[in-house]
Design a protein around this ligand. Sequence first.
Ligand code: ATP
Ligand code: MG
Length: 564
Amino acid sequence: MSDETAVTAGNFIRHIIDSDVKANRHGGKVATRFPPEPNGYLHIGHAKSICLNFGIADDYHGTCNLRFDDTNPHKENIEYVESIKQDVRWLGYDWGGRLFYASDYFEHLYEAAVELVRAGKAYVCDLTAEQVREHRGTLTEPGTPSPYQDRSVDENLDLLARMRAGEFEDGARVLRARIDMASPNMNMRDPTLYRIRHGVIHHQTGEAWCIYPMYDFTHPISDALEGITHSLCTLEFADHRPLYDWVLENVSVPCQPQQIEFSRLNLEYTVMSKRKLTELVEEGRVAGWDDPRMPTIAGLRRRGYTPASIRDFCTRIGISKSENTVQMSALESCIREDLNAHAPRRMAVIHPLKVVIRNYPQDQVEQLQAASHPQDESLGTREIPFTAELYIDKEDFREEASKKFKRLVRGGEVRLRNAYVIRCDEVIKDAHGEVIELHCSYDPATLGANPEGRKVKGVIHWVSAVYGIEADVHLYDRLFNSPSPDAEKEGKDYKDYLNPDSLRTVTHCIVEPSLKESKPGERFQFEREGYFCVDSLQAEGKGLVFNRTVTLRDSWAKIEQQND
Ligand code: ATP
Ligand code: MG
């Protein structure tokens, strides 16, 4: 991508790459990869990694591979593979035919394991998982060598081949690297390289394998086979780097990629771990991976986020090595800016209150012209029918109110957006005293103008009762009540912080007729109400459903101030 947002300011990774390119390291080449595990949908944290990896490839005229890290078949499936491809493409990135699977390298990885065994650098270990843990020692105490570490090369080769041939049960044996049981780095204490997994059908390799390589063994070799120069990953892998380098030094590989770690994105009021997101989906806490409250790319898309707003967000948060948590308002302000500049304006009444204009001819219709955007004329105009019966929002009327209330009150005047000034003459109530209708009069001399001397305090939106169309709207709030639902708290689980009011559905809203033809995924500003997007799952022929992407202003900042 060559748009401006992708050309980010320098960060420490770019500085490293700059000096590598200058020193002609890796032959001056830059090759990155984005390596998702297909065990869930991508989330906004992955977007940070995608923008970083693809962004660097673009800016340095290098390449970025999409590689599925698919070594854990019991948690992975093809639905996730497809959704990940769709989301990366939607974000605006193109892997240009460089789509790979770690499973493409299974044979190669096995040969690498054999090479280690031949060199006496790996052995088959019969300890149970439990025993392996016990032998590992602790951060302060060295581990104890496995009683199997001195098996002969021939015995190891034989056992490894029989592991592959399916002779042993799950957990009966593993292949381990022989490094150093006393290493201060726990990852170097003879880490497992291969484990046995029967009875799973891998989405790429089917039943060809019953042993699967571990991430720490797979990743460096996959990187090297693909000619990756800079292998960018999140900070929790910093302690794995010595193992990454050990693998590359001890098996035959065509090049030496370099691992560099950066801090992961954490966002307030949400969770980002795929395990937890999977739980929310599987337990029905949300309506699926693309539920608009989810921090997934699919959820954000359905909520109305644009790819540009997400890329912009990733640019703004930057890349560093320090852990931090980004406020939700930072993400929201990116989409708000984008939609403010680009979304056509429309009128929609969310809580309709009938208004009858008594002095307007009862069967007359005027087609008023209204600009779709206050600045961007290229968005054109649309026609808004004006009729004697129309709807305004309940919130925009009070029988009595202080001077601060700049909307309609009994006996007061207000301007109808893009139309006339009206006055409320009479308030009609039902048997319970609830206001059900307003009788008003309009001033024909006020169309599109504000005559001298006339003090009209406010402008409100409205929709013709005759031509308006019904729609449902989904109003969203944070998925969690706590800014850090993830944090360990006494006896509490992140799900205890789910916000029961995160979705409010309002039915029987009335929207202007020009919205009738709107298509799933189309975005609008509903004047005074926020930015909305036509729900993408809307079935043909069903009524319109709009998802509120974001409010017009940052209402959270206000809430936070009040709480201070
Ligand atoms: P999770 O913890 O959500 O399960 P993961 O790291 O296991 O994430 P992967 O599919 O392995 O998920 O991630 C693919 C790439 O995206 C990795 O390089 C990983 O470091 C990066 N990534 C994942 N989560 C984040 C995040 N929150 N911020 C930045 N990068 C991330
Ligand atoms: Mg991972």
